[in-house]
Design a protein around this ligand. Structure first.
Ligand code: ATP
Ligand code: MG
Length: 246
């Protein structure tokens, strides 16, 4: 593990109106690690992802990117956001072919198609859509669409990949494919991956570290094997036993 974090949350709190949604969350995320955010519905997991993605401002606290505080300025935040990719539960796709969709983000950044052919081929293979590059994105199955959403983000080579329940609506075969792709991404690109999951077994299979969020607080965070073997907090113990409805 490199000793500098990619992203750090420091005493992050968030209020929506009078409602306290997050309370003093601090954590450091490192390269080439996969983190699982778990916790019941309404705990604040998606809000944490949106804050990490710089889509949402915290009410209090600071975010550090590679040790430097991320300022409030719009242009600075935009620049930072380019290094972060986000995949949602419902994939956001455009009309056009699979390949058009993958190239889209590069095109917006002023890149030429011809100069990116190898990269596009690599990404298509990575997500197992190489046979479908000419297919209309709107005709893909749910699992294929989600793999395309992942490809669209990965072609931009983010340093941090955020995923909000990316496999929640998928069948076991596609869940398995997405999980394999995520492991491959972590190895090949050294990406920091932060995934929200309701699935205890997915957390067990996939992530290096588990962060249990409950009522807007970070209750316990530790390497996954330790979390599953010896959870300390009573809430973590109920989570491991499957007693909290996640
Ligand atoms: N824009 C908003 N305005 C007001 N309240 C909000 C807003 N966004 C989220 N909340 C509230 O913040 C709390 C945390 O929401 P969040 O979406 O982060 O939970 P979650 O852990 O992702 O839940 P789930 O597992 O159901 O997706 C919820 O009570 C939600 O209603
Ligand atoms: Mg959510």
């Amino acid at each position: 593990m490199l000793n500098q974090s990619v992203l750090e949350l420091k005493e992050i709190s968030k209020k929506f109106g009078d409602r306290q949604v997050l309370t003093k969350i601090s954590y450091q995320f490192y390269p080439q690690r996969m983190y699982g955010l778990v916790g019941p519905s309404g705990a604040g997991k998606s809000t944490i992802l949106r804050i990490l993605d710089l889509l949402e401002n915290p009410t209090q606290g600071e975010i550090f990117y590679r040790g430097k505080p991320v300022g409030a300025g719009r242009s600075e935040r935009l620049k930072m956001r380019r290094r972060i990719g986000m995949v949602f539960q419902q994939p956001v796709l455009f009309s056009g072919t699979v390949l058009d969709n993958i190239f889209y983000g590069l095109k917006v950044r002023g890149e030429k198609f011809a100069e990116n052919k190898d990269k596009l081929e690599d990404i298509l293979k990575l997500v197992g859509l190489e046979e479908m590059e000419k297919q209309k994105a709107t005709t893909l199955s749910g699992g294929e669409a989600q793999r395309l959403a992942l490809a669209r983000v990965m072609v931009l080579e983010p340093e941090v990949l955020l995923l909000d329940e990316p496999t929640a609506n998928l069948d076991p075969t596609n869940v398995n494919m997405i999980e394999k792709v995520l492991l491959e991404i972590r190895e090949r690109y050294g990406t920091t991956i932060i995934i929200v999951t309701h699935n205890l077994f997915q957390a067990k299979r996939l992530v290096d570290e588990v962060l249990l969020i409950y009522d807007g607080r970070l209750v316990e965070a530790k390497p996954a094997d330790e979390m599953f073997r010896s959870p300390e907090h009573p809430l973590s113990q109920s989570f491991i036993r499957g007693e909290i409805a996640f």
